[in-house]
Design a binder for this molecule. Sequence first.
Ligand code: FDA
Length: 583
Amino acid sequence: TAPVVETDVLVVGSGPAGASAALFLSSLGISNIMITKYRWTANTPRAHITNQRTMEIFRDLGIEDQVLADATPHELVGDTVFCTTIAGEEIGRILTWETHPAREADARLASPSLTVDIPQTYLEPILVKNATQRGTQSRFSTEYLGHTQDADGVSTRVLDRVTGTEYTIRSKYLIGGDGARSQVAADLGLPMEGAMDIAGSMNITFKADLTDLVGHRPSVLYWVLQPGSDVGGIGAGLVRMVRPWNEWLIVWGYDISGEPPQLDDAAAAEIVRQLVGVDDLDVEITGYSLWGNNQMYATHLQQGRVFCAGDAIHRHPPSNGLGSNTSVQDSYNLAWKIAAVLNGQAAPSLLDTYSAERAPVAEQIVLRANKSGGEFRFMEVLGVLDAETPEAMQAAIDERKANTPAGAAKRAALVEAMDLKNYEFNAHGVDMGQFYESAAVVPDGSPKPVDERDPELYYKQSTVPGARFPHVWVADVDGYKRSTHDLVPYGQFTLVTGIAGEAWADAAAKVAEELGVPLEAVVIGPGRDVIDTYYDWAKMRGVEESGAILVRPDAHVAWRAQTLADDPAGALGDALRSVLGRS
Ligand code: FDA
């Protein structure tokens, strides 16, 4: 019989969810094996927008530089165009992904990191490389077949697809990061809401030098409105930059209730030329595939010792660019909890907070992404939906140029249609505002912080328990700028206080010792290790100088005290025990 291989955590999948789970676990010193069905990582570019929250996580894990080295930088991602063809008429542009000066200010105020573009084909190898370097056993061409669990662990049957042999991996926990067709989620019978394959899309990857057509309006997204571009798909035809400006991916819809389109190189090249709008464009087709748009999320994410993360629990179109981001963020939430339980620092009940915290996020992002896909009003506003010929369509589009009441009405409607797209392309509140309510947070009665202007478009930093810990720039003793996020690394709990709260630091040392939990205190103030050079922290901290903020490994606020407690060690110990399920 084949030997049984043992590890603490088995991760299925090397996509954004699986590879990042492996990276997080290895970074925390937890033994893990990551298996993946294929011989290498993603073979098509797929997800690409990597938002601030994810970049902060990469910063925390020490890989932000590697991601930036392979990414298209922030300044090139944003001049998003709506047009009839790339060479043709431009309907308008929107500054996306926080490249509008006002939105960029919001972004820079909220985080040390900025949104960039890195295709999955570049990101996954970075995650896998670092995970493996830090301890993950990476097993390619290894397929998950099924699992059973008991009180002590999980036995997973896997197939080595190179040798054709089956063996068993015995682990304490299993994470299914096995994508939208997750077998792990199916085997667990996770409850799902929604439907799969509600619209049809095709991806076509190609090489063509489009510098002359796009270099003056750099973006990752060029949206094309043409007859048929409202059928299936993601709201309009999309020409997406993979590498500036000679590698591209087209997303074009098709009617999923009919026969699937037959694609070959010639048919794909024709679609490319039609969307680019250059009949004799020199194009090399590098691939094509059909995929279904989904609107499905799990309402519970785990059972016993088995958890699912990523597309396994949220399946949605690429609108808002949330797929890979949310997958990484799921694993970031889960991995430290598993580590804390394995290290004997937390009760197993801490693991239940994974579902409590991430299932609401799964629902929110699936609904948001689907709504955004439906919020392309341009075809309707321009009056081209009924146009039967290209000439009729052009006439309808041209009407917006006329000095007539109809022309004026179209121009006004376009302003609104354009504004609506901010909910897809500048939804800073959606990207950054995840808020947790669970047993791993001790509420203080303050309401969830939301920006009064619009909670989806704008993000409000706050130290209300459950919120993401805020970023401001501070300085170290040598005057070097540090983000407050740099003070709260993944491997520990951190207690942040001021000079009048210095007694909290002694309390933290005592509680860390007593509970055997990594907990460090940071005192921010003049003459201390961290200095509030810009005086921004004093305005952001939301507690008195003598108060304290307990930050979880995943940089969410676990608990806070407005002022110094009579018995700081007692108060802090109670809070931490409660978060870890030990009270
Ligand atoms: P993901 O699907 O990336 O990874 C699943 C992993 O599990 C793979 O490593 C696979 O090998 C492994 N696996 C599956 N079954 C297994 C088994 N039985 N045994 C072992 N391993 C197994 N998103 C976006 O934001 N913008 C975009 O433009 C696109 N475009 C796009 C195009 C196409 C064609 C697809 C399929 C998807 C997208 N997406 C996207 C979605 C995005 O790619 C997606 O949200 C993330 O990849 C999800 O990451 P996961 O790690 O959860 O799953």
